[in-house]
Design a binder for this molecule. Structure first.
Ligand code: SF4
Length: 376
C-alpha cells in the first residue's frame, strides 16, 4: 500500500445542475483511490485518471481543509456557495476508508460544514462513519444531514467476495439503523450496483429489500452495474474468474455492446429495474429521496428540477413515457431563478402545458399532488 500526499487546487465540485439521485449541489473527494477495493468499482476506469494501483494506493489531498475553509467562508468568496447538500463520497474514494483514521480530513471537513451551516449527505461503505456521529447530529439539527451506505446485496458471502475491504452488509445496515434510532438522522441505502446474475435475482433482491424495510431505511436508490472497457472490466473479470467462472460467458453477452460507459443490454436494464420497482413497492420503500428530507435546505429552482427529475425516473421505471426529463434539464440551465420565467415556461424546450401546470403548483405550494402520489 502506498499513501501519497498531494495538493489540490480546489475541493468543492459544483454539479452543473441540481442532482436528483443524491439531492446534492456539491460533492467532494478528499482522497483519490480507495482501499476498500470493491471488485466492481468504476473508480478504476481510465477516465477518472486515478494514479497508482487502485485498491492498494491512495492519494491524500493534504491541503483540503485549508482550501475548503476558503471555499465555504462567505467573507472570502466573491460568489456565495449555493444552497443544497454537499455530498461526501460517491466518487473515486470512500471518505471513511482506513487512511481517514490517520488524516481525519473527513472529520475536519464536517467541522467546517457545521461551522458554515452546510447540509451534508454522507455516502460511505464504512462503519468508521460512527466516529463522527456527534458532528453529524449537530449538523442535522442546524442544517440537515443524511447518512447513506452503499451495498450490492445484504448477503455476507457475496459481499466478502466483491467488497473485501468493508464490514459485512448486515453489520453495516444495523449500524445505520442504530444511527437513526439514536440521532434521528435520515438513513438511506444505495443499492448500487447490483451484480448481474448474483445480487439481482428475485430471491436475493427480495431479501435485500426486506432487510432494508426491517432497518426502517428512509429510501433505497437502485442501479445496475456498469463495466467500462479497460481496467475496470479486466479487474472485475479476474475476480469473477475466481468465484463464478461459469458466468463469464453470460457477462460477455450482457456487456457485448457496453460502449465506453459500460452499459448492459437494454432488455436486462428494464428487467432488473422492473423487478426492483415491484419489490420496493411491495415493501413500501421510497425509490427516490423523499422531499421532506431535502426541501428545507434546497433552493426553490433546484426543488422544481429535482421533483421533475424524480417524476421522470418513477415514470420510466414503470415504462411509461415521461414529459418531465427534458423540461427539467431546460429549467436547470436557466441563469435566473425559475420563478422569474412565470408566464413563459412553455417557450422553453421540453415544457408543455402539463409540465407548466406542475411547475406552477410546485412554486406555489412547495410540492405537487402528482409527485406526492407517485412517491407513495
Ligand atoms: S467503497 Fe466505493 S469508491 Fe471504494 S472501492 Fe468500493 S465502490 Fe469504489
Amino acid at each position: 500500500m502506498a499513501v501519497t500526499e498531494i495538493t489540490a487546487k480546489s475541493i468543492l465540485r459544483k454539479f452543473n445542475k441540481a442532482d436528483s439521485w443524491f439531492v446534492a449541489r456539491y460533492s467532494m473527494n478528499l482522497y483519490r483511490g480507495c482501499l476498500h477495493n470493491c471488485s466492481y468499482c468504476d473508480g478504476r476506469a481510465e477516465k477518472y485518471n486515478v494514479q497508482g494501483e487502485f485498491g492498494k494506493d491512495v492519494a491524500v489531498k493534504i491541503n483540503a481543509l485549508d482550501l475548503l475553509e476558503k471555499e465555504l467562508d462567505p467573507a472570502k468568496k466573491r460568489k456565495p456557495v449555493k444552497k443544497g447538500f454537499v455530498l461526501f463520497g460517491g466518487g473515486v474514494g470512500d471518505s471513511y476508508q482506513s487512511v481517514e483514521k490517520r488524516y481525519e480530513l473527513t472529520r475536519g471537513a464536517l467541522v467546517l460544514m457545521e461551522r458554515f451551516n452546510r447540509p451534508v449527505h454522507v455516502l460511505t461503505k464504512s462503519t468508521l462513519v460512527e466516529r463522527d456521529i456527534d458532528l453529524l447530529e449537530k449538523i442535522n439539527k442546524k442544517s440537515k444531514a443524511l447518512i447513506s451506505m452503499s451495498f450490492s446485496s445484504m448477503d455476507n458471502q457475496i459481499s466478502a467476495q466483491f467488497e473485501p475491504g468493508v464490514a459485512d452488509p448486515l453489520t453495516r445496515l444495523d449500524l445505520l439503523k442504530q444511527i437513526k434510532k439514536k440521532s434521528g438522522i435520515a438513513i438511506g441505502v444505495f443499492l448500487m450496483p447490483v451484480i448481474p446474475y448474483i445480487s439481482d435475482t428475485p430471491e436475493v433482491l427480495n431479501e435485500t429489500l426486506s432487510r432494508c424495510r426491517e432497518a426502517e431505511v428512509d429510501f433505497v436508490i437502485f442501479s445496475g452495474m456498469t463495466l467500462k472497457p479497460g481496467r475496470q472490466e479486466e479487474y472485475f473479470y479476474s475476480s469473477l474468474e475466481n468465484s463464478y467462472p461459469e458466468l463469464i460467458n453470460e457477462y460477455k453477452c450482457l456487456y457485448a455492446n457496453a460502449g465506453k460507459w459500460g452499459y448492459t443490454s437494454e432488455a436486462y436494464y428494464h428487467k432488473i429495474n422492473h423487478l426492483f420497482e415491484s419489490l420496493a413497492d411491495h415493501h413500501g420503500i421510497p425509490k427516490r429521496i423523499p422531499i421532506q428530507h431535502w426541501k428545507p435546505v434546497t433552493d426553490e429552482s433546484d426543488r422544481v428540477v429535482i421533483i421533475l427529475e424524480q417524476l421522470d425516473y418513477l415514470l420510466k421505471l414503470k415504462r411509461e413515457t415521461s414529459p418531465y426529463g427534458y423540461g427539467a434539464y431546460s429549467l436547470s440551465q436557466l441563469k435566473q431563478p425559475i420563478r422569474e420565467y412565470q408566464g413563459s415556461f412553455t417557450r422553453l424546450k421540453g415544457i408543455g402545458p402539463v409540465t407548466e401546470r406542475l411547475i406552477r403548483e410546485i412554486l406555489n405550494t412547495g410540492s405537487c399532488k402528482y409527485y406526492d402520489k407517485m412517491m407513495g
